[in-house]
Structures are given as C-alpha cells and as structure tokens.
Design a protein around this ligand. Structure first.
Ligand SMILES: O=C(O)CCC(=O)C(=O)O
Length: 306
C-alpha cells in the first residue's frame, strides 16, 4: 500500500457512516491530461457513440484503460476496503458533453451487478471539474444500509441507465437524510457503496463533465458476466482458487489505444500480471463496439440486472 490513507482512518469511518467519501488530489495532472487525450481519441474512433456510453466493453483491448484501472493510487483505495486481492470488473467514462449531457437517474450500483458476495466498491475519478452546474454526482448519506431494490424502467426521458430506483424509496430517504452534491476537481476521487442511492443531473452547462467510473471487487467475489461484463482483471494480489477466470491485460497496440507514459514497458507489465492471475486471453468473436451496442440495448430493455 502507498500512503493514500495514511492521513487518518476518518475516511473509513466516513464511508461506514455515509456510504461514500471523497479523496482529494489522488491522481496527478499529467495523468489526467492523458485521460483527456484518451477520451478525445475514443470520440474520433467511435463518432457514432454518445460519450456517456464509453462503457467497458469498448475498452476491453485497450492498454491505457487497463493502465488507468490498475493505477496504484486507485487500487490502494480499493484495497483498503476490499483486502489485498483486488479485481476490476467494470469501468467506463461517463462523459457528459456540454449542454446535452444525459443524466444518470437515481440508482444503486449493486442492482446492475451480478456479484456474489457483493464485496465491491465504486471509485469515481474526476477527469474534468465536476460540479452542480455540469452534473456532478449526488448522494443520499446513509442510504447504503438499504438492501438492493430492483430498479424500474425509464425510457421516457433520456438517461444513461434507462432505469431508476423507485420514486417513493428515493423521496423517503431524501427527506430523511438529504442529498449531498459531490463537487470534485480533476484528479479527485469519490467512492461509494454498491447499495448507496445516488444520481447525477443532465449537463446543461457549457463545460463537459467527464469521470472514470471504476468497479472493483474482492477477488473472493465471483462475477457472473453473461458475456457482457468482461472477465475481471486482477489488479492486485492473487486470484482465489476456483473463483473467476481472469482476463489477460491487453498488450499495447496503436489500433486499440493511445500512446501514454510508460507504454514502452507496458507489455512486460501486462505479461507479469497475466502470470500472476493465470489469465486467459479472453478474446471473443464480437468486436468491442458490438458488445457495447449489446450492453446499451440490454440496459434499454432492462435486462442488465442482479
Ligand atoms: O458519472 C455519473 O454521472 C454517474 C456515475 C454513477 O452513477 C456511478 O458511479 O455509479
């Protein structure tokens, strides 16, 4: 572990009490610049996709994406909550363009994940400024004590998940505990519990709002991915025998990613990670774009559930 948490354990306590916490200045500006270049490259490569839909299937062969989710500062945070053996099972940019960025309606992340047990944590890295004007995350403190409630379909208004938590549940909890706006600077991180009620509003401002939204789980948790969620990537420690098969870390390839600091050493790092996890190659017949379209279609039809 590095000293991300050495300041104090107040973060752990905050997380236990509220179901979320904020960590300032986790990632350096140079790496955030690389994320900006990556998002711009994704925009050129996939001009027909909305930038709120840079979902994980799209990046399954993308070395920079794995470089990000395996960043030691981010994994340190996950390790603190999940223990020494940590896997990443999902990650995507939620990038809301100026003026018409889509909302993410009220939800609990765990309602969309098939994890057993639900030993997981969302780590949200601010790539842009994220504030009340451009659609920052908003959370109900303490709502992580709720069990997972099935979401209801919402296709009448544009929104990223095509669904939301039930109105009465949200109204009850918002009245009881209030709603906290999570305003972040680029490089800051917020974390939240899989059962926490949270949402984000449309971006009606002139400023883009982009975050890298990462799902980590303990390696002892098993994921049923239904060919949609990718096989997880082991990002720290060791696999637990008999639980999960791991995806190989992609090697650097100019067609699949951007140049980044350390890309010359990347393949050796990826090979070492594969040796540790015993990874399979994980390649499927479908292209990343096909899987992404399939994922969006399944969100729309409401079949991405527990
Ligand atoms: O980035 C957003 O606006 C929503 C992200 C979110 O809902 C999540 O991290 O669970």
């Amino acid at each position: 572990m590095t000293d991300t948490f050495s300041a104090s354990d107040t973060l752990l306590k905050e997380y236990e009490t509220n179901g979320f916490a904020i960590l300032r200045g986790v990632v350096d500006p140079a790496l955030i610049e690389e994320c900006h270049a990556h998002v711009a490259w994704l925009g050129r490569k996939y001009p027909d996709l909305r930038p709120e839909e840079y979902h994980h299937p799209l990046m399954r062969n993308d070395a920079f994406w794995v470089r990000m989710v395996s960043d030691s500062r981010l994994v340190d945070i996950a390790e603190r909550f999940l223990g020494p053996d940590v896997a990443c099972f999902t990650a995507h940019y939620v990038c809301k363009p100026p003026y018409d960025g889509r909302p993410v309606l009220w939800h609990q992340d765990g309602a969309y994940w098939k994890l057993t047990p639900m030993e997981a944590l969302t780590v949200w890295l601010a790539v842009d400024h994220s504030n009340r004007g451009n659609g920052c995350l908003r959370m109900i403190p303490g709502s992580h004590v709720l069990p997972i409630h099935p979401p209801v379909s919402r296709t009448d208004v544009p929104n990223m998940l095509f669904s939301e938590a039930k109105d009465d549940l949200v109204a009850e909890w918002a009245a009881k505990a209030g709603v906290v706006e999570i305003e972040l600077e680029p490089g800051d991180v917020s974390i939240h519990h899989p059962n926490l009620l949270h949402y984000s509003e449309p971006n009606t401002s002139a400023d883009r709002r982009c975050g890298l939204d990462i799902g980590y789980m303990a390696a002892s948790t098993s994921i049923s991915n239904e060919g949609l969620y990718m096989d997880p990537l082991l990002v720290r420690g060791n696999p637990v025998p008999g639980v999960n098969s791991y995806r190989s870390w992609p090697r650097w390839n100019a067609d699949e990613t951007v140049p980044f600091r350390g890309d010359a050493e990347w393949d050796a790092r990826a090979a070492a990670a594969d040796l540790r996890s015993g990874a399979r190659t994980g390649d499927r017949a479908e292209t990343p774009l096909q899987v992404t379209h399939r994922m969006v279609a399944r969100l729309q039809e409401g079949t991405v559930t527990r």
